[in-house]
Write a protein of this length. Structure first.
Length: 168
C-alpha cells in the first residue's frame, strides 16, 4: 500500500473509532436522561462509525487470524499495564489531578484482568479450543472485569454493588 493511502486509512480508523466511542457514550447518557430517540440516534450513528472503522481496519490488515488478534490484544494490554497506565497514574498523582488519577487506577486494574484473559484465551485457541468461561461481569463505574467464580458483593476496585454490574 502506498504511504499516503496507509496514513489516511490509519487516521480515518482512529477518527471513526473515536467517534464510535463518543457517540456510544452520548447515547448512554441520553438514555439515562430519558431521551429515548436521541439515544437511539446516537447508538445507530455509533454503529455506522464502527462499520467504517472495521472497513478501514480490514484494508490496513489489522484483522488477522484469531491467534494473531489475541497476541496483539495481549501485547496491547501488556503495554497498558506495564508502561502506559503506571506512568499516567504517577503523572496525575504528581500534579494532584485526583479525577484523572482515579480514572487511570480504574483502567489499570481492569487491564490487568484483561491481560490475563487474553493470555488464557491464547492458550486455548492454540489448542483449537474455546475459552472455559460462563458469565462475564463488568463494573459500570471502573470497568473491573469478573469472569471466574462467584461475583463479589461489591466491586473490589471501586465498591459498586454487584447488582449494578453489566453481564455479558
Amino acid at each position: 500500500m502506498k504511504e499516503m493511502t496507509e496514513k489516511a486509512l490509519k487516521e480515518a480508523f482512529a477518527g471513526e473509532s473515536k467517534a464510535h466511542m463518543k457517540y456510544s457514550i452520548y447515547s448512554e447518557i441520553a438514555q439515562e436522561k430519558g431521551y429515548e430517540n436521541l439515544a437511539r440516534m446516537w447508538e445507530a450513528i455509533a454503529y455506522a462509525e464502527r462499520v467504517h472503522a472495521r472497513n478501514h481496519a480490514e484494508n490496513l490488515g489489522l484483522i488477522g487470524d484469531l491467534e494473531e488478534d489475541l497476541e496483539e490484544s495481549f501485547d496491547g494490554e501488556s503495554f497498558e499495564v506495564d508502561e502506559m497506565y503506571p506512568v499516567y497514574h504517577e503523572t496525575a498523582n504528581i500534579q494532584a489531578e485526583n479525577g484523572a488519577r482515579r480514572s487511570f487506577h480504574y483502567a489499570l486494574e481492569a487491564e490487568k484482568i484483561h491481560k490475563t484473559m487474553y493470555e488464557q484465551a491464547e492458550e486455548k485457541v492454540e489448542k483449537g479450543e474455546d475459552m472455559d468461561i460462563d458469565e462475564i461481569y463488568i463494573c459500570p463505574t471502573c470497568g473491573y472485569t469478573h469472569y471466574k467464580g462467584e461475583l463479589p458483593d461489591k466491586c473490589p476496585v471501586c465498591g459498586v454493588k454487584k447488582e449494578k454490574f453489566k453481564e455479558f
